[in-house]
Design a protein around this ligand. Structure first.
Ligand SMILES: C[S@@+](CC[C@H](N)C(=O)[O-])C[C@H]1O[C@@H](n2cnc3c(N)ncnc32)[C@H](O)[C@@H]1O
Length: 453
C-alpha cells in the first residue's frame, strides 16, 4: 500500500525510507489485517491466516511474528481493549479504518511480547499513516501507545480479574456450569500458550525420548518445546500426528477392534479417523466439507493409514448400520480457546444454540447408523453443557433403546477428575497438571459412550 500522507495535525514520524522497505512493517500489516478480518467476519484465525498470508509475501520469520502478534492479541484481547479504551478520552474514533486493529497489535507487542517500545510504536505509527482513514488519528494512536509503554507495569498489575480476557457471556456460562472457582481456573488456563501434543502409532516412550517429550497418563506424548512440526523426526515417516491429549480420548472410548466396521461422522481433518484406522478398524470417514476431507486424505496418506472417505451431510447420509459410530459434532469449540483464543471473540450464544440444534440432528442420524448391540460415542470440544451433557440427557430421554456405557477412570489414564457423576468424559482446560503451567492443561472435551440395546 502506498504511503499517501495526508496533512497531519502533528508530524510524529519522519519516514527515512519507503514504508514498504521498513523492516518489521509487513509483519505488522498482516497481524492487523488478521485481527480485523477475524473480528469482522468471525472466521477462524488459522483459516484466515492461510487465506491471507500468501498475498503478504513474508519470509518465514515475519510470517511467524505476524501470527504470534495476532494470537497474543486474541489471547489478551480484554486486557488490551480495556487498556486502550481507558486512555481514549472520547471513545474510539469513528470511521478510522484500521486504527483499532493496528493499536491492538501494537499493544500486544508492548504489553505481552517484549518488543522494544520504540519499535512497536514507530511501526504502528507508520502503519496508521498508510490508510487515509487511520492517518487522521496518528497523533492519537501515538499518544496512546506511548502511554501504554510508560504505564505497562501498572496496567499488568491491575489486570487481576481472572475473567479479564473472557467475554462476559462465556464467563457466565462457565460459572453456571462449573461454579465460580472452576470457571476462574478455566479462564486462567487460557492465558498460557498450550503445549504441542502428539498421538503416536506405537512406542510412546521411545518417541518421547526422541522428541524431548513426556508420556501423559492417557498415552499421548507432550513435547517440552514448541518446534516446527514438519522438521521433527518421525513426521515425514508418518509415525505420529498432532492431536491434543483430550482430543485423543473419544476415539479410544469407542474401543474399536480390528476388522470392525466403524463410521466416523464429521471426520475431517481426521485425527480420530487416524486413531481408529491405526487400531485396525474398517473406517468410513464422513464429512460434508470437501476441502477438509482433502486434508484428511493427505494426513492418512502421510500416516500410511486408510479409510473410506465420503463427502456427505451426515444428517441425511445412509448406510448399513455399523458396529460402532463416532460423532465428533461441530460445536462452538469453546474447549479449544487455549489453542485458539480467537474462538472466545468470534463465537456467540446464538452460535451455541444453532450448533446445539445441528448436533441433535446429527445425533439422531448417528443413532440410526448404530446397529443393535453397537457403540455410539458422541463428543464435542465445547465447555458448554448445551452441546454436551444436556444434548445427551435429551437424547436418552427420547431413545429408550440406548443406554450409557459409563467410562471408567482406567480408560483415561486413571484421571477420575475427568469423569462426571454419570460416567461421561468432561475434560477441563485447567486439568492435567504438568511440570510447569505451560506443560499443564488440555482441551475441554465432552464425550459420552452409549450402547444401542
Ligand atoms: C470438530 S470437527 C471434526 C474434527 C475431526 N473429527 C478430527 O478429529 O479431526 C467437525 C467437522 O464436522 C463437519 N461437519 C459439520 N456439519 C456436518 C454435517 N452436517 N455433516 C457432515 N460433516 C459436518 C465439519 O466440516 C468439520 O470437519
Amino acid at each position: 500500500m502506498a504511503n499517501q500522507k495526508q496533512k497531519q495535525p502533528e508530524p510524529v514520524v519522519v519516514a527515512v525510507q519507503p514504508a514498504e522497505n521498513v523492516p518489521g512493517l509487513p509483519a505488522r500489516r498482516l497481524a492487523a489485517a488478521l485481527i480485523d478480518e477475524v473480528l469482522r467476519a468471525g472466521t477462524a484465525l488459522d483459516e484466515t491466516y492461510e487465506r491471507m498470508a500468501p498475498s503478504f509475501s513474508l519470509d518465514a520469520a515475519d510470517a511467524a511474528l505476524a501470527r504470534a502478534i495476532a494470537i497474543t492479541s486474541f489471547r489478551k484481547l480484554g486486557t488490551i481493549q480495556n487498556a486502550i479504551n481507558d486512555r481514549l478520552e472520547r471513545g474510539s474514533p469513528r470511521n478510522s479504518g484500521p486504527f483499532e486493529p493496528i493499536l491492538a497489535a501494537a499493544a500486544a507487542q508492548i504489553l505481552f511480547l517484549g518488543v522494544p517500545d520504540h519499535a512497536a510504536v514507530d511501526l504502528a505509527v507508520r502503519h496508521l499513516h498508510e490508510d487515509a482513514r487511520s492517518s487522521r488519528y496518528v497523533a492519537l494512536g501515538n499518544a496512546i501507545l506511548r502511554r501504554l509503554a510508560r504505564e505497562r507495569e501498572a496496567i499488568l498489575a491491575e489486570a487481576v480479574d481472572p475473567f479479564e480476557d473472557t467475554p462476559p457471556w462465556l464467563a457466565e456460562s462457565w460459572r453456571t456450569a462449573y461454579g465460580e472457582d472452576v470457571a476462574a481456573a478455566i479462564a486462567k488456563a487460557h492465558a498460557e500458550e498450550p503445549p504441542l501434543d502428539i498421538t503416536v502409532k506405537s512406542d510412546a516412550a521411545g518417541w518421547a525420548e526422541k522428541l524431548d517429550g513426556i508420556v501423559l497418563p492417557t498415552g499421548s506424548v507432550r513435547l517440552r518445546e514448541r518446534v516446527p512440526v514438519p522438521s521433527l523426526p518421525g513426521f515425514t515417516e508418518g509415525e505420529w500426528w498432532v492431536q491434543d491429549a483430550a482430543a485423543a480420548l473419544p476415539a479410544l472410548l469407542l474401543q474399536a477392534k480390528p476388522g470392525e466396521r466403524i463410521a466416523d461422522l464429521c471426520a475431517a481433518p481426521g485425527g480420530k479417523t487416524a486413531q481408529l484406522a491405526a487400531m485396525g478398524a474398517d473406517v468410513t470417514a464422513v464429512d460434508r466439507s470437501g476441502p477438509r476431507l482433502r486434508r484428511l486424505r493427505a494426513n492418512l496418506e502421510r500416516l500410511g493409514l486408510s479409510a473410506e472417505i465420503v463427502t456427505a451431510d451426515a444428517v441425511t447420509w445412509q448406510a448399513e448400520p455399523f458396529d460402532a459410530v463416532l460423532l465428533d459434532a461441530p460445536c462452538s469449540a469453546t474447549g479449544t480457546i487455549r489453542r485458539h483464543p480467537d474462538v472466545a471473540w468470534t463465537k456467540s450464544e446464538e452460535d451455541r444454540e444453532r450448533l446445539a440444534a445441528l448436533q441433535a440432528r446429527l445425533l439422531e442420524a448417528a443413532a440410526r447408523l448404530t446397529k443393535p448391540g453397537g457403540r455410539l460415542v458422541y463428543c464435542t470440544c465445547s465447555l458448554e453443557p448445551e452441546e454436551g451433557e444436556r444434548q445427551v440427557e435429551t437424547f436418552l430421554a427420547e431413545h429408550p433403546d440406548f443406554a450409557r456405557s459409563p467410562i471408567r477412570p482406567e480408560e483415561v489414564g486413571g484421571l477420575s477428575e475427568a469423569i462426571d457423576a454419570n460416567g461421561d468424559l468432561r475434560t477441563l482446560p485447567h486439568q492435567l497438571k504438568g511440570e510447569t503451567p505451560r506443560l499443564s492443561g488440555w482441551t475441554g472435551f465432552y464425550a459420552t459412550r452409549l450402547i444401542r440395546l
